[in-house]
Design a protein around this ligand. Structure first.
Ligand code: SF4
Length: 323
């Protein structure tokens, strides 16, 4: 089970990292992919239209990246009320101190300000657990920065089973599958992120992509063609390995010897990158321009999840003598 917040602007970094893995899971697991729109409200609550618009766009990118809705279940978090009900139920046995000590809580408030310090934001990791528990998720691909969330969730599961399980494991302790997603650099060399304004977006056209590639930072010591460069410190060189690994050696050699200049390399790379993204962008536009089909896929998946979720919730309520 994995989820993603619909906050807009999926980019090359998403495609090379998490979405490639989503596509692989379609063939190797019984995969559930959640549009985490309630989670999006923790930071974007002032802009509901943005979340609404981003949701179909995000699914269009998933589908374009190879996520197969016949094999995986794509669903909308807010349309599965069982998740929210489980959240309320589990909040009764979750000590506040457990939530407060999740490292991202204080870190994010420091980074984003007191405005996001809501009740829902504090409970974010608990809602994440409910996302996973309601579909009996066994494995959750997480980046290492999210490991504490999952560990917190496992503690809550153990507490629940201890209190109400009567020797049975009613809730499953989800296991992390650590994914060393490649950290894809943006045009300024920092991690690619829409909020840094350094991202090459899936929705960009080829001209915009070429302009962005031309503006990329490279080895600062290589000023003009003829200067020997250091590919190992160049963000553009790092991206070559994904876009056309067969060219890596020749680019490195040309850069080091000075025979290849950054202007030429950027021109070559922009061409290759556009060719690499072209089929994904074509599929993305086809799905974006067919919102009825995207809605149908989400509705289908949501109905399938509700079937699983209602059984899980009934078990939880029965164990707690609520029914
Ligand atoms: S020649 Fe290419 S690899 Fe070398 S610094 Fe310039 S852009 Fe980077």
């Amino acid at each position: 089970m994995a989820g993603m917040r619909p906050t807009g602007g999926l980019h090359l970094g998403h495609l090379l990292g998490v979405l490639t893995q989503f596509a692989n899971y379609c063939d190797t697991a019984d995969a559930f992919f959640e549009i985490a729109d309630l989670h999006a409200y923790t930071t974007e609550f002032h802009d509901p239209a943005k979340i609404r618009d981003a949701r179909n766009e995000m699914v269009a990118v998933w589908l374009a990246a190879g996520v197969d809705p016949q094999k995986a279940t794509i669903y909308l978090q807010s349309a599965v009320p069982e998740i929210s009900e489980l959240h309320v139920i589990l909040s009764m046995i979750t000590p506040i101190s457990w939530l407060e000590r999740v490292p991202t809580y204080k870190g994010q408030i420091e980074a984003l300000g007191q405005e996001i310090a809501t009740y829902g934001f504090l409970g974010y990791p608990l809602l994440q657990l409910c996302d996973v528990a309601i579909v009996r998720g066994e494995f959750v691909p997480v980046g290492r920065d999210q490991a504490a969330h999952l560990e917190f969730g496992r503690e809550v599961v153990r507490r629940f089973n201890h209190l109400y399980g009567d020797g049975e494991q009613i809730l499953i302790e989800p296991q992390p599958t650590y994914s060393d997603f490649p950290e894809v650099p943006g045009t300024d060399g920092r991690k690619m992120s829409k909020s840094y304004g350094n991202a090459i977006l899936i929705e960009d056209d080829e001209e915009t992509t070429t302009k962005k590639v031309r503006s990329m930072v490279t080895d600062p010591q290589k000023i003009r063609r003829g200067d020997p460069g250091r590919p190992e410190v160049c963000p553009l060189f790092y991206l070559w390995r994904f876009v056309n690994p067969l060219r890596l050696e020749a680019v490195a050699e040309g850069c080091r010897s000075g025979a290849l200049g950054c202007v030429q390399d950027k021109t070559d790379f922009a061409e290759q990158l556009n060719a690499y993204l072209r089929p994904v962008r074509e599929r993305y536009r086809a799905f974006r321009d067919d919102p009825a089909e995207v809605e149908r896929i989400i509705e289908d998946g949501t109905a399938r999840v509700r079937d699983v979720a209602s059984k899980m919730l009934a078990q939880v309520k029965h164990a707690m003598r609520l029914t």
